[in-house]
Ligand binder design. Structure first.
Ligand SMILES: Cc1cc2nc3c(=O)[nH]c(=O)nc-3n(C[C@H](O)[C@H](O)[C@H](O)COP(=O)(O)OP(=O)(O)OC[C@H]3O[C@@H](n4cnc5c(N)ncnc54)[C@H](O)[C@@H]3O)c2cc1C
Length: 490
């Protein structure tokens, strides 16, 4: 008879490990969940920007939002401001909301495209509440605010916050460094991990949350890695924290430089900064120099230097081991998707939670979906690089002409030639595609035929009304800093 899943061992206590521990212990109360982590190894110590889906994950855990914002020193995020991506001077915001309104059979971008041609339309972002609120530094939550938002947070504090929840749910924490992994001779399944203090922890299922070390999924099971660095040439990052100067803005800054980009993320108590770059085009010391010269406020941390290979494990679930977080792969944080991908794998695991350790069908389904999710994010991130018009450095000249995944090439061509755009089932980014494509100058050559059915005067009135309604809505909101102060004082 096949072995029932009664115990789960998570190795690694970073954001991934504690997210998994908190969620799985909440849903499967009969499961014995153990988490092993090593204080001496520590966590990666970065990961501050999120996307709106984190709200749903927190709701699943029954987390009180105000409590969470307080504990993680979070601020609110309406989108990402991309600076210097299309050309060194140009900037646009990818906001988390819808732009305009679809009419008849056609998406709003078709009406905007015709309005633009006739000189009737304002910039695409003028029709998106989140973009306008971000630009005006305004924010509010509540039924009247109508804003879709995410958070900037201290990921280490988030992990610790989830740890309290997980331990309350009965998760057992074992401190120690895993020095040995034992496998079943026949199946290859992992049987137990042994810590440097001699203690052995077994489990029916294992979750590898050991970060870039990928101790179980790769070092033990040798799952293999799909290297995507030919599509995303950046391979290094340096993170640095500074004091917060000025009020926190409700958006992330992603500022392009000559060989990559850098981020600025405001939290309540500090600012997270970092640089992502390609070591082929920028030496490490120059990258650090560039970062040091661009940060504002006094330094509050030493530079955290990180090397990575963009890509993902060939299987995210291999044998009886599921990889989460950095152990599962890495895509640079341009669209703040890593924590989201952790959450997605956890939710998939919950949906496909196997009755027994022998569960090839569940495993295959999980891997198929995880693979699609990773590739969708890959396409979206590559898009930002490929759409550059910059030719002021060898790095950007490379990006302008580099090959891209076929799926992305098809999407870009279809949008440019026809203005049409189709999503696969369950895709994460929807309106975001239009904002980034148009924001970076990929304007369709034509628009949907139905748009010509609308008289010009009606089109003008419609565009004016949409823009005015966004502006009058935003005008009623408090500043982000005012809102945050009020929100935290309750
Ligand atoms: C430069 C950079 C910027 C990023 N920015 C963002 C962002 O803005 N938004 C976002 O969503 N994500 C971001 N990420 C990704 C995000 O940081 C990670 O997805 C997230 O922190 C999860 O990390 P983790 O838990 O997988 O790994 P880690 O935090 O590295 O945790 C690994 C854990 O495994 C343990 N461990 C390792 N080896 C052993 C062993 N032998 N025995 C016992 N324990 C062991 C460690 O002690 C630790 O507890 C960024 C990543 C990088 C590199």
């Amino acid at each position: 008879m096949s072995q029932r899943v009664e115990s789960l061992t998570i190795v690694g206590g970073g954001t991934a490990g504690w997210m998994a521990a908190a969620a799985l212990s909440k849903v499967f109360k009969r499961l014995k969940v153990t988490l092993v982590e090593s204080d001496s190894i520590g966590t990666v110590g970065v990961g501050e920007a999120t996307i709106p889906t984190l709200q749903f994950f927190n709701q699943l855990l029954g987390i009180n939002e105000r409590d969470f914002v307080r504990e993680t020193q979070a601020t609110f995020k309406l989108g990402i401001q991309f600076e210097g991506w299309r050309s060194p001077e140009q900037k646009y915001i990818h906001g988390f909301g819808e732009t305009g309104k679809n009419y008849w059979a056609a998406g709003f971008h078709n009406f905007w495209r015709r309005g633009d041609e006739l000189g009737l339309a304002e910039s695409f972002g003028r029709y998106c509440r989140e973009v306008q609120a971000a630009q005006a530094d305004r924010f509010a939550i509540g039924p009247d605010s109508g804003l879709n938002y995410a958070y900037h947070l201290d990921a280490t504090r988030y992990g610790q916050y989830l740890r309290k929840i997980a331990e309350r749910n009965g998760v057992i924490r074992e401190e120690g460094k895993v020095t040995r992994v034992d496998q079943c001779k026949d199946s290859g399944n992992i049987l137990s991990v042994t810590l440097d203090n001699g203690k052995s922890v077994d489990g029916d299922l294992f979750i590898d949350c050991t970060g870039f070390a990928a101790l179980l999924i790769e070092k033990t099971l040798q799952t293999g890695y799909e290297d995507w660095s030919h599509w995303l040439p950046c391979d290094r990052a340096i993170a640095l924290q500074t004091e917060l100067t000025g009020d926190p803005k409700p958006y992330t800054r992603a500022v392009a430089h000559k060989a990559g980009w850098r981020w600025e993320i405001p939290l309540q108590h500090r600012r997270g900064n970092g640089i992502v770059y390609s070591s082929e085009y920028l030496p490490d010391d120059e990258a650090l120099n560039l970062l040091n010269h661009s940060v504002q406020g006094g330094l509050t941390s030493e530079p955290n230097k990180i090397r990575f290979v963009t890509g993902k494990r060939k299987l995210q679930w291999n044998k009886n081991c599921i990889a989460l977080g950095l152990a599962s792969g890495f895509l640079e944080p341009l669209e703040s998707t890593s924590i989201h991908l952790i959450q997605q794998n956890i939710l998939k695991l919950i949906k496909l939670f196997p009755d027994s350790v022998e569960c090839a069908l569940d495993r295959d389904e999980f891997n198929r979906r995880a693979d699609a999710e990773y590739r969708q994010v890959l396409d979206f991130i590559v898009l930002h690089y490929r759409l550059t018009e910059r030719s002021d450095s060898p790095f950007w000249r490379h990006c302008r002409t580099m090959s891209v995944p076929d799926s992305l090439a098809h999407r870009m061509e279809q949008f440019q030639e026809t203005g049409r755009f189709f999503l696969e089932d369950g895709e994460l980014f929807v309106d975001s595609w239009f904002q980034v494509m148009i924001g970076q100058g990929l304007i369709p050559k034509t628009y949907h035929a139905v748009v010509d059915e609308m008289p010009e005067s009606e089109l003008a009135a419609m565009l004016k009304q949409l823009s005015q309604s966004v502006q009058s809505h935003i005008a009623k909101l408090p500043s982000h800093a005012e809102f945050l102060k009020r929100y935290l004082s309750v």
